[in-house]
Design a protein around this ligand. Structure first.
Ligand code: HEM
Length: 493
């Protein structure tokens, strides 16, 4: 007897080869460009598979919002990684945590400490870290990447643990760098999928067996990751005991907890630790795109500086209370988020139950990627989308369209996994941009003959759209602005 149930069609996509599926399609360096071509060819919901693992790419605001936001109760899981999770001990990192009780407990802690209403309590810290960054940048502009890493790491350590990093060779900054390097360039390089993720029984290999070297590596990496979970946390506990501490994410939550159970402590220290890795590359990449945009568009730099000068006058640096009076700076920041797109494929969400969307069948276990690159390049939403045009946000449009055009609704992710650091990131990036524009000029570097060097921009990271280091000329706008920068010395809040 023929079934009367409707046929279940998977979303369209490029033709796979037998068994391997679309493996070769997925090896592209900038996968988001390939996924955007698929969207043009097959539509805003595309299906591919690698050896049976189904991947779904969503390339429109409608599809991402309907599935990842509105149906968040089934679209918020994370894939189970045997190597990264079980063997390297990243199971408890927020971005890897499977959807359920643990992820909800972690999320609650994050909302308590990083909710929009709490952020002003971090403003003095953000301000003093921003000023230290500008001083270091003025002292040695060629090392802007090192200063940026120091800024992002130092800010996270102080906000999360109340720890003030020392100027040179700080032990926690070094440990943080080592852990982020292990996570990004070793454990999750190449998408984080190891043979043991496809054949989990490999984890039972004896250590002497050929092909088991990944187990020994996992032991070493796990030990380093654990050191970075425990040591800064032990620092907070010891400071609380001594009574001398700077308020932080950890101290606030430890003090607010009536009964500090073992589970609470495990949740707290892993949630705290997750923020270091999550904030480093994202903040650094956002700032690199800002530098690049200013270097390529001197007219926008000048317009932004004019706005700042008219609001601040000659004798002070921007503060958060100036933000409502600086609409063009806000527009520059919005355009940095859209034009740069730090995570162009966001991070994958795993579907927990079979679903049907616009007649297309999306099976349980699919990994769903939001193609944020395609959305932020949509010409109907962002005319002349490849150009850096902050003015596009100053145009008066109805609130529904303004919401669809706000890049913040896409670049920080979706639904129940949306970036919990969004308000901290927003404040930190805004003050960096405003302070740099108020005090420094940015232009193309010059060769020995004084000709501008055209930057060659390459993106070699599979997950973050971080430009490779480029030459750039950064110097104080005037003697007076240099004096303002120097006066911030010793003014730590
Ligand atoms: C401009 C800076 C930033 C950008 C563009 C950004 C973007 C993102 C994106 C796209 C995701 C994935 C969301 C999803 O799966 O739907 C994410 C996750 C996350 N972000 Fe951010 N982020 C930034 C800064 C930060 C900062 C400063 C922190 C912490 C202090 C942070 C903490 C996290 C955490 C813990 C997650 C994992 C959330 C989860 O899986 O539940 N991020 N971020």
């Amino acid at each position: 007897r023929k079934s009367t149930a409707p046929a279940r069609y998977l979303p369209p996509g490029p033709r796979p080869v037998p068994i391997l599926g679309n493996v070769l399609d997925l090896t592209a360096k900038e996968l988001w460009l390939v996924a955007t071509k698929w969207a043009a060819q097959f539509g805003d919901v595309v299906h591919v598979h690698i050896m049976g693992q189904r991947l779904i790419f969503l390339s429109s605001p409608e599809a991402t919002m309907e599935l990842l936001d509105r149906k968040g109760s089934i679209y918020s899981d994370k894939p189970p990684f045997v190597m990264a999770g079980e063997l390297c001990g990243c199971d408890d990192m927020v971005a890897f945590t499977r959807y359920g009780d643990k992820s909800k407990r972690q999320r609650r802690l994050l909302n308590q400490a990083f909710g929009v209403q709490v952020i002003p309590s971090y403003h003095p810290l953000i301000q003093s870290e921003t000023h230290s960054f500008i001083r270091r940048l003025v002292a040695d502009p060629s090392k802007y990447m090192d200063h940026l890493r120091r800024y992002a790491g130092g800010l996270t350590l102080s906000v999360v643990y109340g720890y003030e990093a020392s100027p040179n060779n700080d032990k926690f900054l070094t440990l943080g760098e080592e852990s982020v390097d292990i996570l990004a360039n070793k454990i999750t390089s190449g998408g984080g999928i190891w043979p043991v993720d496809i054949f989990p029984s490999l984890k039972h290999l004896p250590r002497w067996a050929p092909g088991s070297s990944f187990l020994t590596k996992a032991d070493v990496w796990k030990a380093k990751m654990e050191e970075f979970v425990d040591q800064p946390y032990n620092f907070v506990k010891a400071s609380l005991k001594s009574g001398s501490y700077a308020p932080s994410f950890c101290s606030t939550l430890l003090e607010g907890e009536r009964e500090c159970t073992e589970q609470f402590e495990v949740d707290l220290k892993n949630t705290a630790n997750s923020m270091y890795g999550a904030s480093m590359d994202t903040i650094i990449t956002s700032f690199c795109h800002f530098l690049l945009a200013m270097m390529l568009h001197p007219e926008i730099l000048e317009k932004a500086q004019k706005e700042l000068d008219s609001v601040l006058g000659p004798d002070r640096l921007p503060t958060f209370s100036d933000r409502p009076s600086l609409p063009f700076i806000d527009a520059v920041v919005s355009e940095v988020y859209r034009w740069g797109v730090v995570l162009p494929m966001s991070l994958p969400h795993r579907l927990m139950e079979d679903d049907v969307y616009r007649g297309m069948f999306i099976p349980k276990g699919s990994l769903v990627f939001a193609n944020v690159w395609a959305i932020t390049r949509d010409e109907t939403l962002f005319p002349n989308a490849s150009a850096f045009l902050p003015e596009r946000y100053l145009e008066k449009v109805d609130p529904a369209l303004a919401k669809r055009r706000d890049p913040r609704n896409y670049v920080f992710g979706f639904g129940r996994r949306r970036c919990p650091g969004v308000h901290l990131a927003e404040s930190s990036v805004w003050l960096l941009v405003a302070t740099v524009l108020a005090t420094l000029d940015i232009s193309k570097a010059k060769d020995d003959f004084g000709h501008p060097i055209e930057p060659k921009i390459e993106f070699n990271n599979a997950i973050f759209r971080t430009p490779d280091r480029f030459e750039c000329n950064i110097h104080p706008r005037s003697e007076h602005s240099l004096k303002l920068v120097r006066e911030t010395e010793g003014a730590r809040a």
